[in-house]
Design a protein around this ligand. Structure first.
Ligand code: SAH
Length: 456
């Protein structure tokens, strides 16, 4: 498979500086799955062309997977020979600084839109060849697609030629995200950090792309929770930012890692789905972010938010009522003003309760009362509790030793403390506790947020 990148911006040989590859040499880069070779078929002042050829090692590809299952399929499939997610990974590795929009010698050029021509072949396309146009044209490319003939008529492979005036970094990020989207096969690298990769590479342009949903769905290979997390990040009308009081813009999306609070909401929503809950109480619902998220899913038939703060409830009411223009108030949702340390018949009978970042707001000596109300009296089949992991605090550069993340926190528990508390609850009230983490886990200090799912 082959990608060619050329420019006519004079002196065109500066392309070598942008790609950090000298036009007079052949560059070989070893990758986990094969070898990339970069060379310049043409390097003149008027036009310069760089070509990347990827030589995938089909044996190395399956070696080490530890299973003979599907081995034959892996040997005979087209992966080694076509532009797929392997090529994306290779581009990112081989042209890393160009993709990041930086250049040691030619930073001004890296920041500038240049006349570029890109040829990718053979590019597997699932769907009609028009999809190549539909994906690249909105980004400013002129697109030519030639179907490559197979032995039995036209194949699913095309040769795509893109021409446009764009920043090189943008051009590379378009390829990085959209080649696997066109291919729509299982990705070589799909993992939970894919949302961040997608947003980092595609955030700015993906936000306004007419085929945004298709891109995200295919790129993440229909993995529900990941797709929802990505869409929530990219659909500003649905992204509420209570903490900073503003809506996340393209810049935040490009630069910020996936926000921890969004991850929490997604993790809790996923756990509620796994639990098969349909009636859910969000205890200490705050501004109603979880409720808003759950309301989008029809499997939840009853959603109750309880909070001691009237102000938080007013904001939640705003958020849940507005929805999209023309939407009426969702009958499934009710908001209750109340406290968690007194029994409350209004939210009895739910299948599940969530306590997201709530327990640390209570004085430790009130926790037994909360436990009695939630696990003793209401007794939902599933209770999900999240709270900061104090072990992780040393990793926050601006947090003084021993300080809490929020001035209203009464305590922050280490993982051992959380497990001890959940263990006591489990044995006293007949629940089983399963612990996990939310956010990037440090090998020693663990994830920023800890989550316990208690079931009975
Ligand atoms: N779960 C929400 C809000 C977390 S902030 C979210 O994740 O976005 C903690 C919330 O708990 C606040 O809204 C606070 O008003 C509420 N809270 C604290 N103590 C409470 C209590 N004893 N009873 C009910 N709500 C309480």
């Amino acid at each position: 498979m082959f990608v060619s990148i050329s420019t006519t911006h004079r002196p065109a040989t500066d392309l070598g500086f942008l790609l950090m590859k000298h036009p007079d040499r052949v560059h070989e880069v070893e990758l986990a799955f094969g070898r990339a070779v970069v060379f310049f078929p043409q390097a003149q002042e008027a036009r310069c062309e760089a070509v990347l050829i990827l030589d995938i090692d089909p044996i190395g590809l399956v070696r080490g997977r530890g299973s003979a299952e599907g081995l034959l399929d892996q040997y005979v499939n087209d992966r080694p020979y076509v532009a797929s997610s392997f090529l994306s990974v290779a581009l990112n590795r081989v042209f890393r600084s160009a993709m990041a929009g930086t250049s040691r010698e030619r930073q001004d050029l890296a920041a500038m839109a240049l006349p570029l021509e890109i040829i990718v072949t053979p590019l597997p396309v699932r769907g009609s060849g028009d999809l190549v146009r539909a994906l690249f044209e909105p980004l400013g490319w002129m697109v030519e697609v030639e179907r490559i003939a197979g032995e039995a008529g036209p194949s699913r492979y095309v040769r795509a030629r893109l021409a446009g005036i764009l920043r090189l970094a943008d051009a590379l990020s378009h390829l990085y995200v959209l080649m696997p989207v066109l291919d729509d096969d299982k990705h070589y690298w799909i993992g939970d950090d894919e949302v961040e990769k997608l947003l980092a590479k595609g955030g700015a342009w993906l936000q306004t792309h007419p085929k945004r949903e298709l891109v995200i769905r295919r790129y993440l290979k229909r993995r529900g929770a990941l797709v929802r997390a990505a869409l929530a990040r990219l659909a500003p009308e649905e992204v509420f930012d209570g903490e900073s009081g503003r809506t996340a813009g393209a810049e935040d999306i490009l630069e910020a890692p996936l926000r921890l609070h969004d991850l929490r909401i997604e993790a809790v929503a996923a756990a509620l789905t796994t639990a098969g809950a349909s009636a859910v109480a969000d205890l200490g619902c705050g501004e109603g972010k979880l409720l808003a998220r759950l309301a989008r899913d029809q499997r939840f038939t009853r959603l109750i938010g309880l909070d001691a703060s009237m102000r938080a409830l007013e904001r939640a009411a705003d958020r849940l009522k507005i929805g999209r223009i023309g939407a009426t108030r969702d009958e499934r949702i009710s908001l209750l003003h109340g406290v968690l340390t007194y029994r409350d018949a209004r939210w009895q009978g739910v299948d599940a309760a969530a306590l997201i970042e709530v327990i640390e707001h209570l004085d430790p000596d009130r926790l037994p009362a909360l436990a009695e109300v939630v696990f003793g009296a209401a007794r939902p089949a599933t209770v999900i509790v999240t709270t900061p992991n104090a072990d992780h605090n040393v990793l926050f550069p601006t947090l003084a030793a021993g300080a809490f993340r929020h001035p209203d926190h009464r305590f922050e528990w280490t993982r051992a403390e959380m497990q001890a508390w959940a263990g006591t609850i489990a044995s006293r009230y007949g629940y089983r506790a399963v612990h996990s983490g939310i956010g990037d886990a440090h090998p020693e200090f663990g994830p920023p947020t800890q989550m316990a799912v208690l079931t009975r």
